[in-house]
Design a protein around this ligand. Structure first.
Ligand SMILES: Cc1cc2nc3c(=O)[nH]c(=O)nc-3n(C[C@H](O)[C@H](O)[C@H](O)COP(=O)(O)OP(=O)(O)OC[C@H]3O[C@@H](n4cnc5c(N)ncnc54)[C@H](O)[C@@H]3O)c2cc1C
Length: 444
């Protein structure tokens, strides 16, 4: 690797202003939300920083920058907004971070699709679809994160109740720029897209994406509550909402211990389960009827609270819990055992709390969510993961910055794609399980 020559060549080619070597900029661009995990926090906090942040303004600049990185064999970490929570945007082998947020043009909005540069964020994309009365099928709770970062490092969010995750037909096609001597963009579609989804940018830089839209709905936020011992009733209500003519965009609920970790809200009474669907206004009466028949209580309808529902969903729950109790550690679970074996789950770890989302998995609505608890040590978490699996739950290891560990795509597909698109292994180095750039949990 010849980093100084690469930086000089980048400045000569893209202009000084596109290559930022300021220590503070490099520090910020070299970290993400891995600190939500006490394990990753310990593992990644002393990782090297990037030596420069390159911010290409267009595809041509990006191609030139990739070619220079290839020539001087400099590791590159693609970056969107840096909201990934597995440390997947941390340049564990140093080198240069490519900030892709300036490549943010919406190319085309059709009735069922939007095609955009991947530096676009979700607020921009949702605004672009408004005039056609459409919205994105799924968006993460981090609405300011980028399309490229979501496809490259995320999974699901609002809309997953009905449409599942990014690999469930959300993506039609992707424009990819490989890291080779003379990078030329090419498009992939169908099954071939799977080699790039949640691949942490290791198989090529996604420069444009065509993703699926749905009719825009007249969403409103509903708040319901159930008694602390009524989890099966709350779960039944959440599932019943998914049978309505218009399925909710979010279908979130928290057990009382989890409610206590969230900001105080009169519509989320202490000591009770809080169920908070984002529903179409035409279905409000049906939802109230469902909940009351199951013995729950209608607390409030707040059309102005859509943003709040996003900020109480998915890993925003972990963020809120961490802000209240910095000592917590989270685990990401999936499976109906989350509502069937709640007591057993909560008894595994100290001071634990459960946050749930109802989403579409393998063509049926099921539960997934987050178990937070007081962090003791790695061994306790590793044992809990084993116990949770024996209770019939799927557990994604959120304490690893590696591919695999329960995440898609398949490692053999990453290796095969990388051999063609990144023959010098410069793209987001250190993410393959076989690479030992940093030690990985739980072997330590
Ligand atoms: C509070 C909180 C809530 C969250 N909620 C959700 C949620 O609801 N759903 C969800 O799925 N995730 C969620 N996440 C995780 C994260 O927000 C998503 O992964 C997010 O969409 C990442 O986008 P980003 O622009 O921040 O990407 P970054 O963090 O910058 O990058 C993510 C990964 O993608 C790679 N990458 C970035 N751009 C490209 C590109 N153009 N081509 C190839 N690779 C690229 C990066 O190298 C990195 O590996 C949450 C995280 C936090 C901290």
């Amino acid at each position: 690797m010849d980093l100084p020559s690469a930086i000089n060549a980048l400045k000569a080619s893209l202009g000084d202003e596109a290559v930022d070597c300021d220590a503070r900029s490099c520090q910020i661009a070299s970290r993400d939300y891995f600190w939500l995990s006490p394990i990753l926090s310990q593992q990644l906090r002393d990782c090297p920083l990037a030596s420069a942040v390159v911010k290409p303004q267009n595809l041509l600049d990006l191609a030139k920058a990739l070619s220079i990185a290839y020539q001087y064999e400099v590791p590159i970490t693609p970056r969107g907004k840096g909201t990934g929570n597995y440390g997947q945007a941390v340049p564990v082998d140093g080198g240069i971070v490519f900030d892709l947020t300036a490549m943010n043009q919406v190319i085309e909005v059709e009735s069922d699709w939007i095609t955009a540069e991947t530096g676009c964020n979700f607020l921009q994309l949702e605004a672009a679809t408004e005039s056609l009365d459409r919205e994105l099928q799924i968006i993460p709770s981090t609405t300011k994160s980028t399309l490229g970062g979501f496809i490259g490092g995320g999974a699901g969010g609002a809309g997953s109740v009905q449409y599942g995750f990014i690999w469930n037909d959300f993506v039609d096609s992707l424009e990819i720029l490989p890291c080779v001597e003379n990078p030329e963009p090419f498009w992939v579609s169908g099954e071939e897209c799977l080699n790039y989804l949640h691949a942490f940018g290791t198989t090529g830089i996604i420069t444009k994406a065509k993703v699926r839209l749905r009719p825009r709905r007249n969403w409103t936020a509903l708040y319901f509550s159930f008694g602390a011992d009524q989890i099966s009733k709350a779960a039944a209500a959440a599932k019943a909402f998914t049978k309505l003519p218009i399925v909710p965009r979010l279908n979130t609920f928290d057990l009382p211990e989890a409610v206590a970790l969230l900001p105080k809200n009169a519509a989320m009474p202490a000591g009770r389960i809080s169920l908070r669907p984002m529903v179409d206004k035409s279905t409000v009466d049906n939802c109230i009827q469902i909940v009351e028949q199951l013995g729950g209580r209608f607390e409030a309808e707040k059309p102005e609270d859509l943003e709040n529902l996003h900020l109480l969903s998915y890993n925003h729950f972990t963020l809120r819990a961490k802000q209240k109790r910095p000592e917590i550690c989270h685990l990401q679970l999936a499976g109906d055992a989350m509502v069937e074996k709640t007591e057993a789950i909560l008894s595994l770890l100290p001071d634990s709390a459960l946050h749930l989302e109802c989403r579409l998995v393998d063509d049926k609505q099921s539960f997934g969510g987050l178990l937070v608890s007081r962090f003791v040590d790695r061994a306790t978490i590793a044992n809990a993961i084993e116990s949770l699996r024996s209770l019939g739950l799927q557990v994604v290891n959120v304490h690893s910055d590696k591919l695999g560990e329960g995440h898609l795509p398949k490692i053999e597909n990453v290796i095969r794609t990388k051999a063609v698109n990144d023959p010098k292994n410069l793209l987001n180095r250190g993410r393959l399980p076989s690479e030992t750039v940093v030690a990985t949990f739980p072997e330590e």
